[in-house]
Write a protein of this length. Structure first.
Length: 335
């Protein structure tokens, strides 16, 4: 492309678009139609320049022009309670449902790995000895030991907030850092798996695995599910960088990234529920069967929410991405 010829051919249209934009609301009907046509043409021109003859100054000018035109054509839009309701009833569960092929295998493999490592620790005294001194292990696993008192070590409300904050941060890191070729997500998963496996192994070696599971399951079912969803979504985001499919890498990553950011908000709410359970139910005086039943009920409610509301929304075409008017304009690609 001869850039000088291209500019000489189309600069009158760009100047005209700039003039119409400065007119604002005083446009006539014909001028408004003309503005839309010029906006579409200028967006195409910008795409051609970017792909064939990138010029920083001209690209910056047309990018600003296209952004102003799009704002004028589509108008500004403010978030409303309708958006929040749509997000909770369709967008978030649809995003979780659509990523199920990533987070379900992540959950299964992580759980199996924790069980295997826990069995290995529990059946090998030399491995336990490498983790801590015998007296420290007894302090952890004895009745009334640190594994049990941990959940009642702080007032329930402050403990619930602390747990929620820590878990929400871990989920957000999985979602945000997944774009770095999945490596940070795998590391966070391994840390969680090892922490769980050590508890399983040490408490089983002390003959108190039932007590440990009675403390972990009430909040752990929902909490770990949220972490697995975040990790699976992060892995999916990282794989998009490697293989974006038929879309451009930029477009695919933008779509998955927007869905992941929305997922972070939704999972923060899910983790708030698990934090409340961990702060108020896990250390309570309720029988073990009652505490575990509450945890199972919370987990089943989340799965029904995802598979019923989310499945319905996903089949209707919802991806968990922003609605069209809330996204940045995607310029047409040059042939």
């Amino acid at each position: 492309m001869d850039l000088d010829v291209f500019v000489n051919t189309h600069h009158i249209e760009w100047d005209r678009l700039d003039h119409l934009l400065h007119r604002g609301r005083s446009l006539t009907g014909e001028e408004a139609d003309e503005l839309v046509v010029l906006y579409q043409r200028t967006a195409t021109h910008l795409s051609l320049i970017r792909s064939s003859a990138p010029d920083p100054v001209l690209t910056a000018r047309l990018t600003q022009l296209v952004a102003r035109a799009r704002s004028t054509v589509t108008g500004t839009r403010r978030a409303s309670w309708r958006d929040a309701a749509r997000f909770l009833t369709a967008g978030f569960p649809a995003a979780v449902y659509r990523s199920r092929h990533w987070w379900i295998p992540t959950a299964v493999l992580s759980t199996l790995l924790a069980a295997v490592i826990g069995w290995w620790i529990g059946t090998h005294p030399e491995v336990q000895a490498s983790l801590a001194a015998p007296e420290d292990l007894r302090a952890l696993t004895r009745p009334g030991g640190e594994y049990e008192t941990y959940y009642s070590s702080h007032p329930a409300a402050s403990f619930a907030v602390q747990v929620w904050t820590n878990n929400a941060q871990a989920a957000a890191i999985c979602l945000v850092l997944g774009a770095f070729l999945c490596i940070p997500v795998i590391w966070i998963l391994l840390v969680n798996v090892l922490n769980l496996a050590v508890g399983i192994g040490l408490m089983s070696s002390a003959g108190r695995l039932d007590t440990f599971l009675g403390l972990v399951l009430p909040h752990g079912l929902l909490e770990l599910t949220a972490v697995f969803v975040a990790a699976g979504t992060g892995l999916r985001l990282g794989w998009t960088v490697i293989d974006p499919g038929p879309r451009t890498r930029r477009s695919a990553l933008a779509q998955q990234g927007r869905a992941a950011m929305g997922m972070a908000i939704g999972l923060a709410l899910v983790l708030f529920v698990s934090g409340v359970i961990e702060g108020f139910v896990t250390p309570s005086g309720l029988p073990t069967w009652a505490r575990i039943s509450i945890g199972i009920a919370a987990e089943l409610a989340f799965l029904v929410y995802v598979y019923v509301l989310g499945g319905r929304a996903a089949r209707a075409g919802d991806t968990g991405d922003l609605e069209a008017e809330g996204r940045s304009a995607e310029l047409p690609a040059a042939a």
